[in-house]
Ligand binder design. Structure first.
Ligand code: ZN
Length: 501
């Protein structure tokens, strides 16, 4: 490759190294750092962030991108060079669209809003957060105007996390999901026969949970030679290169699910990045293509594999061996039912596979109304509780378990929530495509043999990193754009069987 491209690549590597250093400081802050180090750590991260921002938005960098773009203009449209330059250019343009005044105000407001939100949630007092929510909504609105959009402001925010996705498509897709899942949920609830999941709520020694979580993460293909499992308050996965993709989890001494399924979830995210093409190393292509596709991989490993009967047929004995007193007399069938219990609940991150999307649909509708001015910050608690009643048939006892539960709005992060539900839909769409393309897969999965599925995901999703847009990726892999139908068919079949409907 010619000169300008290589010069650009050097700069891209440097910028990547800075960003990964910031990510490492963040991981360390969450997983290891003594609390006393906080003030200096914030300064260290701010300094590196400023350096990275300066480098990534400089006129010189822009000129270099233009020269490299001219050089690769005649390359194949799907060449890595052309895709990389296009991605770097997109990120550069996005970063330069926001005015310095807005960037500064965003940092100040979200800093204060985060503290106010934490206090408001602790005291279950929405009024403490309301004035800050007004400001973060303003920031989201102004950001949307500065980024620009074709149809409506929300498109601009959605596009940051799910390139090319439109509000209209999400709205139609979500309508179809709620039309199918709400009646299914009502049938389960009104049936009155609830699953007993008390076997999951026993004393489970944390060290044993960690050990068994490692075993299960290894069983689904997470590579500990290129990974690490840490303990944090709010779990996440992060990678510094494809050879160092870390997962984190949290452990409840009296409840098995958060540690076990949380580890599987983060393993899915990390497996995605461990699988990216080595040629993308130190570039923005060595990542997942979007938040929604990333979430599809975490949900696929957590739910489609991790909550399947076949997987536990193969792995339940390892879990029993770790907890003989708790699970020794519990059958695999009982365990399978317990981990698939469906029940309307208040907290999104604790929601089951069926009701989870309803929590997202609620937030999506409120965000659009807030952005369009159809809903005021002051009226969020009422709107939240009304929607909750409508979709899940329950009303939170306080705003701490309602509109104050998530951090996103305090961070002015509007447009992100939909990607959680899109991830659930993409997950089943990809899973079904693998089943259709691999005749032996169905029976392999019934025995918990996931090697074939793993290879298919590597070939069709993981290795491509961020080279293709989400829509390109999913169309290449499944033959069509996003569709809700596989998800609806999957949950209908699975939970009709489990609940005998
Ligand atoms: Zn996730």
């Amino acid at each position: 490759m010619s000169t300008h491209y290589n010069t650009l690549l050097e700069k891209v590597h440097e910028l990547n190294d800075l960003q990964k250093a910031i990510a490492l400081l963040h991981w360390d802050r969450e997983a290891i750092m003594p609390k006393a180090g906080m003030a200096e750590r914030v300064q260290q991260m701010t300094t590196l962030t400023r350096l990275a921002h300066r480098m990534g938005t400089s006129d010189e960098f822009g000129a270099l991108i233009e020269r490299a773009a001219e050089e690769v203009a005649d390359s194949d449209d799907e060449s890595t060079e052309k895709r990389l330059v296009a991605e770097v250019k997109w990120q550069y343009e996005q970063a330069r669209k926001l005015s310095p005044e807005l960037v500064k105000r965003r940092a100040e407001v979200t800093g204060k809003a985060s503290g106010a939100w934490q206090e408001a949630r602790a005291k279950a007092d929405f009024a403490l957060f309301e004035p800050y929510l007004e400001q973060t909504i303003d920031i989201a609105r102004e950001s949307a105007e500065q980024y620009g959009y074709d149809q409506q402001p929300y498109d601009a925010l959605l596009n940051l996390f799910e390139r090319g996705m439109t509000t209209d498509t999400v709205r139609k897709t979500f309508a179809a999901v709620s039309d199918a899942t709400v009646p299914l949920l009502q049938a389960i609830v009104s049936d009155g026969k609830q699953i007993d999941d008390s076997v999951l709520h026993q004393a489970f020694a944390v060290e044993s949970q960690k050990a068994v979580a490692r075993t299960i993460a290894t069983a689904v293909g997470y590579d500990f030679e290129r990974g690490y499992l840490g303990t944090v308050v709010h779990p996440f996965a992060t990678s510094f290169s494809r050879n160092d993709c870390r997962i984190t989890s949290r452990w409840y001494p009296d409840f098995l699910n958060p540690g076990l399924f949380g580890t599987l979830h983060e393993s899915g995210h990390a497996i995605y990045e461990q699988g990216t093409d080595a040629a993308f190393s130190r570039t923005p292509l060595a990542r997942g293509t979007s938040s929604g596709i990333h979430e599809s991989q975490s949900r696929l490993f957590e739910n489609l594999i991790g909550r399947s009967y076949g997987f536990w047929q193969a792995n339940y004995s390892a879990l029993q061996a770790a907890f003989p007193a708790q699970l020794g007399s519990v059958t695999c069938d009982q365990f399978y039912l317990a981990i698939n219990k469906v029940q309307p609940s208040f907290i999104r991150v604790e929601a089951d596979e069926l009701t989870y999307n309803l929590h997202i649909i609620l937030r999506f509708e409120l965000e659009i109304a807030l952005l369009n001015g159809d809903l005021q910050a002051h009226d969020v608690p009422t709107a939240w509780n009304d929607k909750m009643q409508q979709l899940l048939g329950i009303t939170p006892p306080s705003d701490a378990q309602g509109c104050l539960q998530d951090m996103h709005w305090s961070a002015a992060m509007f447009g992100y929530f939909p990607t959680y539900a899109l991830g659930n839909l993409y997950a089943v769409q990809l899973y079904d495509a693998a089943l259709a393309q691999l005749p032996a897969l169905k029976s392999e999965l019934e025995y918990g043999e996931i090697g074939g599925l793993f290879s298919w995901l590597h070939e069709n999703v993981h290795r491509h990193g961020k080279k293709y847009t989400p829509d390109e990726l999913v169309t290449r892999a499944t033959g069509q754009s996003l569709t809700h139908e596989p998800f609806v068919a999957y949950v209908t079949k699975k939970f009709s069987q489990i609940y005998g409907l």
